[in-house]
Ligand binder design. Structure first.
Ligand SMILES: Cc1cc2nc3c(=O)[nH]c(=O)nc-3n(C[C@H](O)[C@H](O)[C@H](O)COP(=O)(O)OP(=O)(O)OC[C@H]3O[C@@H](n4cnc5c(N)ncnc54)[C@H](O)[C@@H]3O)c2cc1C
Length: 396
């Protein structure tokens, strides 16, 4: 009896190995995009999916883990999940319960804590003045603003909206640290991403749905890929298997385009971060999840993620972020040179689609995208793949 079971297990294993040596879909990257596509292609289309990732974990940059005190922390910077569209929230709700996200950030200027993004309270505290109405604030700012009709870069944008004092205290040095570039040399869209508010809303982001996965991101993505037709292979780079594993139908590629094409048109630049983590025997160390340090220290922000994971513990973790120009690719540097290189790769990416290789995600599209946005893009790509190629296979 035991022997039979052993033999059956061996047979099963062999079948599995065969199945994943030639999967229907090869998915490069176990980040949000890779997991969503594996879930859709296996659950909706019954395809076998092999996901590979060069790192030793799934969830991509959303990866979170527990430390020796059982405290959950975000390994690649705080991930403040929020949704512009309800259907993306509904889709992810299949894989997790939620807790409310209350993302509050303060900027430390001359030792004082100011609400950030800039709102009425920030301006009142900074200028030591009470504004009785929005109109009073606007006419006050009109005197501070610098008249620049068509701001061309991040410096001009903030000067034209808030004037020099706020620009110098809150934006200038933070931007230089974060990007290694003067705001003059940075697209206005970078500074434009941060809202400026003429109200007292002190939340970091504007979206109505702000939630965190109750047991963390990694648990959520793990639950997404439980179909037995999905296999996850970690510590495996695309480069190491591309000649050996040829999928039956398609490839999803969520890595950097330049490395896929052997840097044919040159290397795309990325801004990176080094994180330092420290555990303290203390319930809380900060009054909110994030302090920005525009002018002091080599790090840009210090994060106490416990404010949003809402864990109850006598310990807490503080992470500090040191921007660097080398390291893992986190933020695309969308300057003229890089955009030109990327547009050349884009043409090759279109050509690859004809061979059923699809590029998607933050790295592959060389674009700053939040998690809800990449999930939406992955769902859209799944629809496109269904319509363009899977119907052919289903009709065979
Ligand atoms: C510092 C930081 C803070 C962020 N904060 C937020 C936030 O507050 N809110 C929010 O919504 N989003 C945030 N994001 C964005 C979020 O992380 C991304 O939108 C999301 O992770 C993108 O998913 P993805 O699948 O496209 O890529 P990734 O998460 O980058 O996953 C891609 C995976 O592919 C793997 N890979 C790449 N190349 C190869 C290869 N050649 N072979 C094998 N594997 C490969 C990588 O190892 C990686 O695991 C933040 C990102 C960063 C970097």
């Amino acid at each position: 009896m035991i022997k039979n079971t052993d033999e059956m297990n061996k047979k099963e294993n062999k079948k599995k190995i065969r199945k994943f040596n030639k999967p229907d879909a090869l998915i490069v990257g176990a980040g949000p995009v890779g997991c969503v596509l594996a879930e859709r292609l296996s659950n909706v289309n019954n395809l076998t999916c092999l996901i590979i990732d060069q790192r030793d974990h799934l969830a991509g940059n959303c990866f979170d883990k527990r430390n020796e005190k059982n405290l959950l922390y975000h390994r690649y910077g705080p991930h403040y999940l929020r949704f512009k569209k309800k259907f993306i929230f509904n889709y992810l709700s299949q894989f997790t319960k939620w807790i409310k996200g209350n993302y509050v950030v303060k900027s430390i200027v001359d030792g004082k804590k100011y609400p950030f993004p800039i709102n009425i309270t920030t301006l009142e505290k900074f200028f030591k003045k009470k504004f009785k109405s929005k109109n009073e604030l606007i006419s006050f700012l009109n005197q501070k603003k610098i008249n620049i009709k068509n701001p061309k870069n991040s410096e001009e944008l903030i000067l034209s909206k808030l004037g020099r004092e706020i620009y110098e205290s809150f934006y200038k040095n933070y931007t230089i640290k974060q990007w290694g570039l003067h705001p003059k040399n940075l697209s206005k869209h970078v500074a434009g991403r941060v809202p400026i508010r003429f109200n007292r809303n002190n939340l970091y982001v504007n979206e109505k749905i702000q939630v965190m996965p109750k047991d963390g991101y990694t648990a959520m993505f793990q639950k997404m890929i439980t179909n037995e037709n999905i296999k996850l292979k970690l510590n495996t780079s695309f480069e190491s298997i591309k000649k050996k594993i040829k999928p039956n139908i398609l490839t999803i590629y969520t890595g950097c385009p330049d490395s896929y094409f052997d840097y044919k048109y040159g290397k795309l630049d990325w801004r990176s971060l080094r994180f330092s983590f420290r555990t303290y025997k203390k319930k809380f160390k900060q009054s909110c999840v994030q302090y920005n340090y525009p002018n002091e220290h080599k790090y840009t922000r210090s994060v106490e993620i416990k404010h949003v994971t809402k864990q109850i513990s006598n310990y807490t973790i503080i992470s500090k972020e040191y921007p660097t120009s080398s390291g893992q690719p986190y933020y695309p540097i969308n300057n003229k040179r890089n955009n030109q290189i990327f547009s050349k790769y884009s043409k090759l990416i279109k050509r690859e689609e004809k061979r059923n290789v699809f590029f998607e995600g933050r790295l592959a599209s060389y674009k700053y995208l939040n998690t809800d946005q990449v999930v939406e893009k992955a769902l859209k790509l799944h629809k496109k793949i269904q319509e363009k190629i899977l119907t052919k296979y289903e009709n065979k």
